[in-house]
Design a protein around this ligand. Structure first.
Ligand code: PLP
Length: 441
């Protein structure tokens, strides 16, 4: 398609020069699939160094929740940074206390919580694992197939995706057992109730054999699975998991690094079911782009974390806390609701597209955490991996930034402030790109 916002061949001349310089000095471990060299952004629009303008439906991997350069967030960052950039986590300051108070009011636990601040999702998960093991005195953890929790050794051990399968990382942390995440589109167990089947497997097979329940400190789960394919567990599953944890004295940890802070159309994904985790991890969208993560735990749990049991130098950085406060205020006031209504409109439009294209097997996900799984055809459900890659590349050349996840799934994670007009523009590009790549097959 001809998009008037794309003015040069991609990558343009300035981008090409930058890509060559980057290659000479930056680690090749970053999975950079599209030659996009950013100049600046505003809301859901981003410009590259050659003046091409793209619609950003990946938001820095679900980070730029309030859009690029939101004036309120920028103002909060400026105000905090003019006072001080850092004072070490050994001292107190107003931004951190206010963020703790805000979290205490918003957290889905339904009772008082205490917060620990860090810099990333990985660190938040690492902290949550450490907290659960420390407080219970138990060594084991259950996590889920397809999960992504980070890439440090503890969080990587709980991650169960392509990132874990590379040589050179083993042995990972002992005591982690992975169980299937119930996936309504690709069921692993016989029967209609995949959620109940997974619960039965944990209780009757795992706990009855080599993973005794009284050795399990925590069950770590993404309430909507992210990198694994934007999978929402079936009704009743999280409730069942809560009951299982209560029965055996296991902590339920919700990793809301990706699903939290308005992404699913509610402040936290936990609110869709009302299931209350014992511990929750946050990062990504929390700081609108500033590096902040949080471990949030019910007060009686977190207060057992003795002085010095865990800590960091930058935790509770004032500038990051100020960005998080501004973000939470915006998300609470309007963006979670916007994600719910614009997300419903977007999903409806994608589902309509699915009726016209046999290669769209499934459209799913709450709010603006939407997955569109591509298949060879609806009947076989065979993953269409090459088609998925080709679609993303074509969408990039047509002016739309996207990412994939799980099994040949295109994911849509735009900033939470987008309008229906943004969705309409994205849909024009998605449909044209799909037609183009199918015509070339
Ligand atoms: N947990 C979840 C659910 C995530 O999606 C991610 C990142 O994608 C992480 C943890 C790790 O977060 P970070 O990349 O900030 O370390």
């Amino acid at each position: 398609m001809k998009n008037p916002h794309i003015k040069t061949a991609l990558p343009g001349p300035k981008a090409q020069e930058m890509l060559a310089r980057d290659k000479a000095v930056i680690s090749p471990s970053y999975p950079r699939d599209y030659p996009f060299v950013m100049s600046h952004g505003k809301g859901a629009e981003v410009w590259d160094v050659d003046g091409n303008r793209f619609l950003d439906f990946m938001s820095g991997i679900a980070v730029c929740s309030t859009g690029h350069a939101h004036p309120k967030v920028i103002g909060a960052i400026r105000e905090a940074s003019e006072k001080f950039l850092h004072i070490s986590s050994d001292y107190w300051h107003d931004y951190q206390v206010r963020l703790g108070e805000t979290m205490n009011r918003l957290a889905p636990m339904g009772e008082p919580v205490l917060s620990f601040m860090c810099q990333s999702g990985t660190e938040a998960v690492e902290g949550a694992l450490k907290l659960a093991r420390y407080v219970t005195g138990r060594p084991r953890v259950l996590a889920f197939l397809g999960a992504f929790h980070g890439r440090t050794m503890g969080s990587l051990s709980c991650t169960a995706s392509k990132y874990t399968q590379q040589k050179g990382f083993f042995p990972t942390m002992p005591g982690v057992t992975h169980v299937p995440y119930p996936n309504p589109y690709r069921p692993l167990f016989a029967g209609d109730d995949q959620g109940q089947a997974v619960l039965n497997y944990i209780e009757n097979i795992l706990f009855a054999s080599n993973v005794p329940a009284n050795e399990v400190a925590a069950i770590l789960i993404e309430p909507v699975q992210g990198e694994g394919g934007y999978i929402t567990p079936p009704k009743g599953f999280l409730e069942g998991l809560r009951a299982l944890c209560d029965k055996h004295g296991i902590f339920l940890i919700f990793d809301e690094v990706q699903s939290g802070v308005g992404r699913t159309g509610k402040m936290f994904a936990a609110e869709h079911t009302g299931v209350k985790p014992d511990i929750m991890t946050l990062a990504k969208g929390l700081g609108s782009g500033m590096p902040i993560g949080m471990v949030v735990a019910k007060k009686p749990i977190m207060e057992k974390w003795a002085r010095g049991a865990h800590g960091n130098t930058y935790g509770g950085n004032p500038v990051c806390c100020a960005a998080a406060l501004a973000t939470l205020e915006l998300v609470e006031a309007e963006y979670a609701a916007n994600a719910a209504s614009v997300g419903a409109y977007f999903t409806e439009r994608l589902k309509d597209l699915a009726t016209r294209f046999d290669v769209i097997g499934d459209v799913r996900g709450p709010g603006l955490m939407i997955g569109m799984e591509l298949v060879e055809d609806k009947a076989s459900k065979k993953p269409a991996t090459k088609l998925c890659d080709a679609l993303l590349t074509r969408a990039f050349h047509n002016g739309l930034l996207l990412l994939s996840c799980g099994i040949s799934t295109v994911r849509f994670i735009p900033p939470l402030m987008i309008s229906k007009a943004d969705v309409d523009e994205a849909m024009t590009i998605i449909e044209a790109s799909l037609e183009e790549v199918l015509a070339e097959r």
